[in-house]
Design a protein around this ligand. Structure first.
Ligand code: ADP
Ligand code: ZN
Length: 611
């Protein structure tokens, strides 16, 4: 061990320092004779002593008649008769108080001695602690536990969780179980042991789990799945054991395992970099702990994941996580409720319409909405407004959606024109298509990755999309490029993202939704991902013939081409509108949906008048 070698080296250095100090202290006066007390007395009697310097610590030094120095020690038993004796023999007596300088040198000596030892002690204890994970065995694992398990008594209540009434009522049963576990056994029912919450990140799974603990007023032990899986085999399993032991000590209690997929992944999934043995041992320990405890003991295990499909089926068997609660992204009404919760402590201007904000934030999770409310408040502070205004909300939303807005418009003038043409194309096709979502806003301000943005806003939240809606959506996607072709005579790189999205949508229409006559109502879904390690269900990996693939390609191309043709003809027939919108965009940079609609409707009216 190199550490031991260093300890030895440091020890030798310390000893050497000690020797140097000691020898320095004794060898300051080289020509000194050391006398015994009786020699000293006889020398005094023999008139050989010329001076004596009596130090308070009993040592005496002085000069002999011959000029040599001597030292001796006066015993404490010697009494004051010695002084008269010395006087009578003509010895010059001097007495010194303990000198400051000698005190300092001895202190220095001690420091020289002690500092290396102190350093040595500090160093060795530190390196031992650091190496604890490796050399410290079980003791070290126990120590690490404190950082992994978080125990607290949250004050969160169900009222803090907005929306999700179904999930809440399912989970609320656990509160009852924690409060009176005996009720279940009296009724002869086996209480559920664990609930698995499944949903995308930020949807409030942790919040719900904390609310259960808060409502039941029990300790909340939370761990993150990935913290169990270490490089060392056996550590994870021992941590699981510790976790449950801790919960039993504090029962009734809630154990919350976030990201349970990190331990509970299907056993055939190979984790890169982490030994499979370790993962398997950890999972097995978890399974046996789940089997081992009696729900009457008042322990409830809640777990969260956003990838339920990779969980090992053993985890989902009855008696383990036998209940699953899906926590999806919030619906429009739920978004409104969540926004209300997070705006309680913010001072909103009266004209802020949270309903509109909720409508404009499809796909936002609860965490995103909390962030939105906060960003809006920050925005108002930055603008030195006393109240949070609707503009703050829309700026916050833009920031979250498309990255931070650049202060400066860095586009070259002709680029700006091209972007205006492109975005006007999207917006006009959307406004002119019967089934497309209404335009909410068009902007040519660069933001994040996008040079310009056309936002559409569904009137109602849709769960089902008709063929006409999808075809219009395709045309809107291609509207940008179509406008470029018409106004500028050529396409540009700006449409790359649009084309990818349009092609993806067309591909799904053909392969999954059966919207191609040539292929008919047959589903050719994408093959299951090999990375999930579960390739093999008949459906996901059904091979299809080369000829079918060629047909799919053809049909996708046809759909996209037709959409482009529709966009082109729409824009060509309304070319003056296109030019007008481009002009408007170049002047105002941001045009809202109402203005686009007014432009289109005004035109329709004027066409009618003309006709
Ligand atoms: P998850 O565990 O699902 O990733 P969290 O529970 O950590 O999500 O949620 C993060 C934050 O988002 C919460 O602290 C809360 O501020 C907010 N949040 C999420 N869902 C809701 C909700 N339904 N009601 C109120 N706030 C929510
Ligand atoms: Zn575009």
């Amino acid at each position: 061990m190199s550490q031991l070698r260093w300890v030895a080296v440091a020890m030798i250095l310390a000893l050497a320092a000690l020797m140097v100090v000691l020898s320095a202290r004794t060898s300051t006066t080289p020509a000194t004779k050391s006398l015994t007390y009786s020699q000293f007395l006889s020398d005094v009697a023999g008139q050989k002593i010329s001076t004596v310097d009596l130090a308070s610590d009993g040592t005496a030094t002085g000069a002999l008649k011959g000029g040599n120095q001597y030292t001796t020690v006066i015993p404490v038993q010697a009494d004051s008769s010695l002084l008269s004796e010395l006087q009578s023999h003509g010895v010059a007596i001097q007495a010194t108080a303990p000198s400051a300088s000698s005190g300092w040198t001895s202190l220095l000596g001690w420091l020289v001695l002690l500092i290396p030892l102190g350093l040595l002690f500090w160093w060795s204890s530190r390196s031992l602690r650091k190496a604890g994970g490796v050399m410290g065995g079980m003791g070290a694992v126990g120590k690490a536990r404190a950082q992994v398990i978080d125990a607290e008594r949250p004050a969160t209540k169900f009222a803090d969780v907005a929306g999700y009434e179904g999930a809440k009522s399912e989970i609320a049963e656990m509160v009852d179980l924690l409060r009176n576990p005996e009720r279940y056994s009296q009724a002869g029912a086996v209480a559920p042991k664990g609930i698995l919450m499944v949903g995308p990140p930020g949807t409030g799974k942790t919040l719900l789990a904390r609310a259960v603990a808060g409502e039941a007023e029990v300790p909340f032990l939370s761990v993150v799945g990935s913290s169990f899986v270490e490089m060392f085999v056996g550590v994870g399993a021992s941590r699981v054991r510790d976790l449950f032991a801790e919960a039993r000590k504090r029962a009734p209690a809630i154990i919350f395992v976030d990201e349970i997929d990190a331990i509970g992944a299907h056993r055939s999934v190979s984790g890169a970099g982490i030994s499979n043995d370790e993962r398997e041992q950890t999972l097995n320990q978890l399974l046996s702990e789940l089997d081992g405890f009696d729900p009457a003991a008042g322990i409830v295990v809640l777990a969260a994941t956003n990838r339920p499909e990779i969980l090992d089926p053993a985890l989902l068997r009855p008696g383990r996580f036998d209940r699953q609660v899906v926590i999806p992204l919030p619906t429009q009404n739920e978004r409104l409720a969540i926004l209300k919760v997070h705006c309680l402590d913010k001072r909103l201007a009266p004209e802020v319409d949270l309903e509109l904000v909720a409508r404009a934030t499809p796909g936002f999770s609860g965490a995103d909405l909390a962030n939105l409310a906060n960003e809006a408040a920050i925005n108002s502070v930055r603008a030195a407004r006393p109240l949070v205004s609707p503009e703050d909300f829309s700026a916050a939303r833009d920031r979250i959606l498309i990255g931070r807005r650049d202060g400066s418009n860095v586009l070259l003038p002709d680029e700006k024109h091209a972007v205006a043409v492109h975005e006007a194309g999207h917006a006009l096709v959307a406004a002119l298509s019967e089934h497309a979502d209404p335009v909410e806003k068009v902007t040519i301000l660069p933001a994040g990755q996008a040079l310009g943005v056309t936002q559409q806003l569904p009137l109602v939240e849709r769960h089902l999309f008709g063929e006409d809606y999808l075809q219009d959506a395709l045309a809107v996607r291609l509207g940008g490029r179509a406008a470029e072709l018409i106004e500028l005579g050529q396409g540009s790189t700006g449409a790359a993202n649009d084309l990818t999205q349009a092609t993806d949508l067309a591909l799904r229409m053909v392969r999954e939704f059966g919207l191609s006559d040539a292929l008919g109502p047959v589903s050719y879904p994408v093959a299951g991902s090999v990375f999930l390690g579960r390739g093999g269900t008949e459906l996901s990996s059904r091979p299809f013939a080369e000829a079918t693939q060629a047909l799919i390609d053809q049909e996708v191309a046809r759909l996209v081409r037709e959409a482009e043709a529709r966009a082109l003809s729409l824009l060509q027939t309304h070319r003056p509108l296109l030019s007008a919108l481009v002009q408007l965009l170049l002047e105002q940079e941001t045009v809202d949906g109402g203005a686009v609609r007014a432009l289109v409707e005004g035109n329709v009216v004027s066409v009618l008048r003309a006709g």
